[in-house]
Design a protein around this ligand. Structure first.
Ligand code: NAG
Ligand code: NAG
Ligand code: NAG
Ligand code: NAG
Ligand code: NAG
Ligand code: CA
Ligand code: CA
Length: 453
């Protein structure tokens, strides 16, 4: 069969002297199956890919692209096909089927082709068009839907996450992000994608759905891709943009509501209670404090929450509401977290409900002024020279109530006081005596005083 094809070229690369006239004047075209939408018709100079069956008028097959194992691919109207087919595919749409009857003088003439096609033979080609493109083509984009407000558009060097369905021009699917159960995540405009995609994604906003049609020379060119993308294939992507950020982004904070009176703003080390709603950029929620029916309580600026949040929680008044956008490098990064995919931008609505000053990292209790000196007589409230846990607890509570000392917030006060007591009760007999405290003070004087007593 290969020889027939060589002959097809032979006939047309020479002048048409070899192809003598036959009884039919011109090709006869029967467009027996025309798709309802036909955005583009074949013109001279276009490259096409099509399947065909070549038969004689009696229906006997002499050639078929199916038997060759691949559709025919070539340029129209420049003498690369037999003249009859050059004419026969003009004006054709992708997925159209037509029957092209070619008179001998527009096919193999009075010579025929080897022992396959006799002289002066009318040929009938059943053709289905699969692809059409031109070297003049550009990436085509068409927005199918778009959210009303669009804060930010995709720019080169952004990192984006999107869903896509990839089809060939004849609607045959070749790939989809959905088959992998996740978004496709990549930098855009930096050469990680095929050229046409790098270009076609620019300017999209989160929530937008866009069709991107890419000619083969901006896609996989002659190589194709595996078994799914043939050589010289136009690609059609339907893309839904899910997420977008730039690695240079910092957190973005929008203050929504500030109470009239604000006596103190949060600083690093404070212990706070707040409510939040966490969503992704496409609006879907991933976490909210309300679901747990309790506020989220934490220390600020000490690494207990994601980096971006630690920063966003500073400088708030009680009652203030903020919206914070945290890029993944200040959020859960490439690893993601439970319910948060890799490289996701996080969007938080926050409301600060309460704030307590903290104590320095590692401390359980601090004196806010000078500590009583000497300490033991002050602790020994009933002056019996012995301080059991109850008395010690009462003493600490007095300090807290009078504002002369502060317990670490956010922890069980009883538990902290008991730990502190046990540290002072060196012989573990359930009471502190003056000697134990003295020993302790001397011992601690040259190192970190974790209990500050
Ligand atoms: C050619 O014949 C094959 C079966 O041999 C058929 O599947 C196909 O639809 C026919 N037509 C075209 C244009 O390929
Ligand atoms: C995608 O998820 C479905 C259902 O959860 C599962 O059956 C399938 O194996 C998953 N595919 C991949 C590639 O993870
Ligand atoms: C892709 O196809 C899936 C399932 O066929 C569909 O749910 C989705 O909306 C399509 N488009 C995109 C951009 O994922
Ligand atoms: C949530 O909190 C409210 C108000 O404090 C309480 O009435 C309700 O029982 C709580 N629900 C759950 C599930 O804890
Ligand atoms: C979180 O969402 C709920 C329900 O939409 C809303 O009532 C609440 O005010 C939101 N919280 C914040 C901090 O914006
Ligand atoms: Ca006592
Ligand atoms: Ca003791």
């Amino acid at each position: 069969m290969e020889s027939i094809f060589a002959l097809i070229f032979l006939c047309v690369t020479g002048t048409h002297v070899n192809c003598s006239p036959g009884p039919l004047e011109d090709v006869v075209i029967d467009r027996y199956d025309i798709p309802r939408v036909c955005p583009r018709e074949v013109q001279t100079g276009d490259f096409v890919r099509y399947h065909y069956n070549g038969t004689f008028t009696d229906g006997k097959k002499f050639d078929s692209s199916h038997e060759r194992g691949a559709p025919f691919s070539g340029q129209v109207g420049l003498g690369r096909l037999i003249t009859g087919l050059d004419r026969g595919v003009q004006g054709m749409c992708v997925n159209e089927r037509r029957k092209v009857t070619v008179p001998p003088h527009l096919a193999y003439g009075s010579i025929g082709a080897g022992d396959v096609i006799p002289a002066d033979t009318v040929l009938v080609f059943d053709v289905v068009l699969l692809d059409i493109w031109n070297t003049e083509d550009k990436v085509q984009t068409r927005t199918l839907s778009k959210p009303e407000s669009c804060k930010r558009l995709v720019e080169a060097t952004d990192f984006i996450r999107y869903h896509y369905n990839g089809t060939l021009l004849n609607d045959v699917p070749f790939d989809s992000s959905h088959s992998r159960n996740g978004t496709y995540d990549t930098y855009v405009g930096m050469g990680y994608l095929i050229k046409g995609m790098d270009e076609g994604l620019i300017g999209m906003c989160v929530g937008e759905t866009r069709t991107i049609i890419i000619p083969p020379f901006l896609a996989y060119e002659e190589k194709g891709y595996g078994t799914v993308i043939p050589s010289q294939a136009t690609l059609v992507f339907e893309v839904l943009m899910i997420d977008l950020f730039n690695p240079k982004d910092d957190i973005a904070v929008v203050v929504k509501e500030v109470p009239k009176t604000c006596t103190r703003k949060t600083v690093v080390g404070d212990y706070i209670r707040y409510h939040y709603n966490g969503t992704f950029q496409d609006g879907s929620g991933f976490d909210t404090s309300y679901q747990r029916n309790s506020t989220y309580n934490t220390y600020i600026g000490m690494g207990y929450v994601i980096q971006g949040m630690d920063k966003a929680l500073q400088g708030l008044c009680i009652g203030e509401k903020r919206v914070v956008i945290v890029p993944p490098h200040l959020g859960h990064g490439e690893n993601g977290a439970k319910g948060v995919p890799s490289s996701a931008v996080l969007h938080f609505e926050l409301e600060l409900l309460d704030l307590q000053k903290g104590v320095p990292d590692g401390y359980m209790f601090v004196w806010l002024g000078d500590s009583p000196d000497p300490l033991f007589p002050a602790m020994d409230l009933n002056k019996d020279l012995s301080v059991p846990l109850e008395e010690f607890t009462a003493f600490i509570n007095i300090q807290v109530a009078e504002g002369t000392g502060r317990l670490r917030p956010g922890m069980d006060a009883g538990g902290i006081i008991k730990d502190m007591f046990n540290n002072q009760d060196r012989n573990r007999d359930g009471k502190i005596v003056a000697e134990e405290l003295k020993l302790k003070v001397e011992e601690d004087s040259d190192k970190a005083r974790h209990e500050e007593l």
